[in-house]
Design a binder for this molecule. Structure first.
Ligand SMILES: [Zn+2]
Length: 407
């Protein structure tokens, strides 16, 4: 069984150990040491990384009572060898900040809102906890109150005592959750600092004092099953997220040529203008379609379908539909086609009442284009990839529409 040094000293990053065995873990070489300061993935906290001798330790997992150090690049030490090991402190400190911040945030949700934490995940960018409280109760104000309480505990710089307890000691503590995997309990406060503010069974790495967490920022919450998932970040990550947000604001305000403080107003204005322009474009397309429909109506004989290929914006699905409907309003049957965005489009329309079922006509003729489509008896649209056969598809549709008229 590997002796776990990190359970007694979070700050131990350099140690010597003897290689007990080499193992194969899912196709990777793994080192078993007699003692380790590497935290193995567990309880929502990812594993430490670092080096063992000259080999990189890329991941650490616990299998049975062995801690397996999965090796990356570098020479593999032989069994029996004495190796100098180093834990990546920047990664460890980040995990310590996130994990202890989670303890404080969970304690705050429990105390202020009676919301228990069901699970914790320490992600690459942010962390999450899942609460047993419905999202309706976790309003922005409720989240802000829990965040403020967690930061109050951080800035009070309370002592943290993480160690194994006797059953009697554990029974005397106000445990936030039941101890299921041993009696290592992380206690915040107590003694000369005042009352115990949190006591939670945990095998993770924790700092000496709450102040080392730096700060806790609740980012957002969402429904998660019957409960609520709260996303947050602690310590150095808060700074990283702030810089990332500032960078995005700077780039967005640069693109809109406005001051960062005016970004929201500028974005709202751009969105409003975009909507107004789309509406204006729709009006212009309808006006253009009416002119085109009048031209096509005047060019052909009264009873026959108007068969035409349209170009430009009138050849798009929206353009074809507008012209076809304008022709139908003039009492004509429209068989229109166009090529838009690399596809051939068909649109058929006629006045309501007796006549060919254009939805059925379209389904057959769009098959010529290798596509699918359908619609109502008096209006149908479809498209296919075979743009070279558009004229053929138009001719087939015109013949069928004409046949239907006769029937
Ligand atoms: Zn924990």
């Amino acid at each position: 069984m590997t002796q776990k040094l990190h359970l007694f000293d979070t700050y131990l990053t350099r140690f010597e150990a003897t290689v007990v065995a080499l193992r194969d873990h899912e196709g990777r070489t793994a080192l078993v040491l007699d003692r380790t300061a590497f935290f193995a993935e567990g309880g929502g906290q990812p594993a430490d990384r670092g080096t063992a001798g000259e080999a990189a330790v890329d991941d650490v997992v616990e299998v049975g009572d062995e801690v397996l150090h999965l090796l990356g690049a570098g020479p593999v030490p032989a069994p029996g060898a004495r190796v100098a090991c180093a834990v990546d402190w920047a990664r460890r400190l980040d995990h310590v900040q996130q994990h202890h911040g989670q303890h404080l945030l969970s304690a705050a949700f429990e105390r202020i809102h009676g919301a228990a934490t069901l699970s914790f995940h320490l992600g690459a960018a942010t962390c999450t906890i899942d609460l047993d409280a419905p999202p309706l109760r976790m309003t922005p104000e409720a989240l802000a109150a829990a965040e403020a309480e967690a930061n109050r505990l951080v800035w009070a710089d309370l002592p943290i005592d993480a160690r194994e307890r006797s059953p009697e000691e554990a029974a005397a503590l106000p445990l936030r959750k039941e101890a299921v995997k041993g009696l290592r309990i992380v206690v915040v406060g107590g003694g000369e600092s005042g009352p115990v503010v949190d006591a939670s069974p945990c095998g993770g790495t924790h700092p000496r004092r709450t102040g080392e967490v730096g700060g806790v920022a609740v980012l957002r919450a969402q429904k998660w099953g019957a409960g609520t998932r709260v996303e947050f970040a602690c310590g150095g990550r808060v700074l990283g997220l702030l810089h990332q947000a500032e960078d995005r604001i700077a780039r967005a305000s640069g693109a809109l040529r406005c001051a960062p403080a005016e970004l929201v107003a500028a974005v709202e204005k751009v969105a409003e203008e975009g909507t107004a322009r789309r509406k204006e474009l729709d009006r212009m397309l309808l006006a253009l379609a009416a002119v085109e429909a009048a031209r096509l109506d005047g060019a052909g004989a009264g009873a026959a379908p108007v068969v035409a290929r349209l170009e430009g914006s009138l050849g798009s699905p929206a353009g074809l539909k507008a012209v076809a409907q304008a022709l139908a309003a003039r009492g004509r049957t429209a068989v229109l086609g166009g090529i838009d965005a690399g596809r051939a489009h068909l649109c058929l329309a006629r006045a309501r009442g007796a006549g060919a079922h254009l939805g059925e006509v379209l389904r057959e003729s769009v098959g010529v284009l290798g596509g699918k489509g359908g619609g109502a008896p008096d209006l149908a649209q479809g498209s296919g990839p075979d743009v070279g056969r558009l004229d053929e598809a138009l001719a087939a549709a015109a013949a069928r529409a004409r046949g239907g008229e006769r029937a």
